[in-house]
Design a protein around this ligand. Structure first.
Ligand SMILES: CCCCCCCCCC(=O)SCCNC(=O)CCNC(=O)[C@H](O)C(C)(C)COP(=O)(O)OP(=O)(O)OC[C@H]1O[C@@H](n2cnc3c(N)ncnc32)[C@H](O)[C@@H]1OP(=O)(O)O
Length: 219
């Protein structure tokens, strides 16, 4: 297979393409703490059997919270620059539904560069449930897709998923640590071939492969 990746050093700075960029370490600590608490709130609301009076009081508090935070907004498409990924490959959308640092609807997932590709550990609670006690298959696919895309980006070849295949090998349980890993397995012109797995206790519960296609960037 031939490698025609654009050298990382030649990838344009997204600011020069008109993107808003925030450095992850410049996100206010109050915001990341709020994201964490809202995640807890989502889980609590999803499972609550509290009495009606407490539910009504909680709703009023949430309405007050919405009034406080729903003022100035970052533009949709704003990027976050991850400090531990080097150079232009370290950009993702700040509200990415799978690992955006300002998105409380995202699981607490944080992919990091590994010896080969990327890896993360994550524990998913009942908010991510499909079958009883098990992670929803769509979320398994979403996490694999994110890991596959990150592996391609981390290798200096950011692109879009053209094709994603998921094999569900075993049930993926909720409320236990899961390990996700992904790596580039080859390239052919603009195509980047990637593979990923999710493991519980070392056993593969799901595996995915994808073709990421590098898109031409202006600049
Ligand atoms: C740190 C940051 C981490 C960020 C991680 C983010 C992870 C999330 C990833 C995603 O979820 S991306 C969102 C979901 N994907 C999309 O929305 C992509 C929608 N599809 C497209 O925009 C276009 O179809 C695409 C850019 C993928 C390809 O269009 P192009 O016009 O640029 O490519 P073209 O059709 O010329 O094909 C280029 C090569 O890819 C191949 N290809 C295209 N689509 C394919 C396909 N579906 N399956 C297999 N191969 C495919 C095509 O055959 C060809 O191969 P060859 O070089 O061998 O000729």
């Amino acid at each position: 297979m031939t490698v025609e990746a654009q050298p990382v050093s030649e990838l344009p700075d997204p600011r020069s393409l008109g993107f808003t960029v925030v450095a992850e370490d410049e996100l206010p600590a109050e915001l990341t703490a709020l994201v964490d608490r809202v995640r807890t709130l989502i889980d609590a609301v999803a499972h609550t059997e509290a009495p009606a009076a407490d539910l009504a009081a909680a709703r009023r508090l949430v309405e007050d919270a919405v009034r406080r935070v729903d003022g100035e907004r970052r533009p949709v498409g704003a990027l976050v620059q991850r400090t531990e990924f080097e150079g232009p490959v370290g950009y993702g959308t700040v509200t990415n539904i799978v690992e955006g640092p300002t998105n409380p609807a995202a699981p607490p997932l944080r992919l990091e560069q590994a010896e080969q590709g990327v890896r993360a550990e994550v524990t998913l609670g009942g908010v991510y449930q499909g079958p009883p006690g098990l992670v929803h298959g769509g979320w398994i696919a979403a996490m694999l897709d994110q890991a596959l895309g990150s592996a391609s980006a981390a290798a200096g070849m950011p692109g879009l998923t053209a094709n994603l295949t998921v094999d569900y090998r075993r049930p993926t349980p909720l409320d236990v640590p899961l390990e996700i890993s992904a790596r580039v397995t080859g390239t052919e012109r603009r195509k980047v071939f990637v593979s990923a797995e999710i493991r519980h206790n070392g056993e593969v519960t799901a595996e995915g492969t994808a073709i990421m296609v590098q898109v031409a960037l202006p600049g």
